[in-house]
Design a protein around this ligand. Sequence first.
Ligand SMILES: [Zn+2]
Ligand SMILES: [Zn+2]
Length: 327
Amino acid sequence: MRAMRMHRAGSPLVLDDIALPAPAPGELLIKVTACGVCRTDLHIVDGDLPAHRLPLVPGHEIVGIVAETAHGFAAGTRVGVLWLGRTCGECPYCLAGQENLCDRPQFTGYDRDGGYAEYCVARATNCVRLPPGGDDAHLAPLLCAGLIGFRSYRRAGKPERLGLMGFGAAAHIITQVARADGVAVHAFTRPGDARAQAFARDLGAVWAGGTNEHPPEALDAIIIFAPAGELVPLALRLVRKGGRVVCAGIHMSNIPAFAYADLWGERELASVANLTTADATAFFARLGSLAVQTTVTTYALEAANKALDDLRSGSISGAAVLLPRLP
Ligand SMILES: [Zn+2]
Ligand SMILES: [Zn+2]
């Protein structure tokens, strides 16, 4: 099969002809039909995150078709493969049903070969059945951005008035879900980003403004998607007593010192780490008939380096998705 593989950090991926991967016990062989290009892929390929194995097939927003019936999945079933590719099943977190916090996790497209290829193998327990409808390219970004947004949204409690700071892929997906739940979404963008604010209003936000502006009312919860630590004290001052601020990013710059008064009043500060198969199942069940819109730009598999370059330079509209052309 053809695969775009990373051989060295900081070098372009190489189009390699390699053997079809053989599923180990517990694994499915999956024909990849679409694979989203995530910012985490960029961190891996550029070497910001240390390499765990080389050569490596990156990619963890995989939509594909089960190639051979196994482990309760019939051949032809459309599945999604998740970033959390394997958990140990033995550590205190796994035993407590918090496998997203596993002490010995393996990540798809990082510790395990991912979806920048015509086929991949994945643990059946770490795959999710995808609902009918929606094309594969538009589903791919839901598997990372959408899921992070959803887990963060659930961590936010059941807010009536929700703030979202940083209006990118995750926020634009979760705005649509929250709005369907009757939640009043308040979108915070970079100061002066009128285009992003208009986009947020189009998707149903009741208020959109810069992080230098105050919404008309105190909020029940705020999710911070932007990796900017200075937003944390700001968000704490914008939630009501008993309100919650959820940090959704893997990376965030340092949080500046802030007055205890900003936290007082039983305000809470939380983070979100990784995602479980149960999150994915709940997310797709919640989406149900909800026609969530995602904006994508598609690339051929061989154009993976171009997709990464476009993501790096920010010259992309919506999420980048690779489409392996199948023989
Ligand atoms: Zn991702
Ligand atoms: Zn574990």
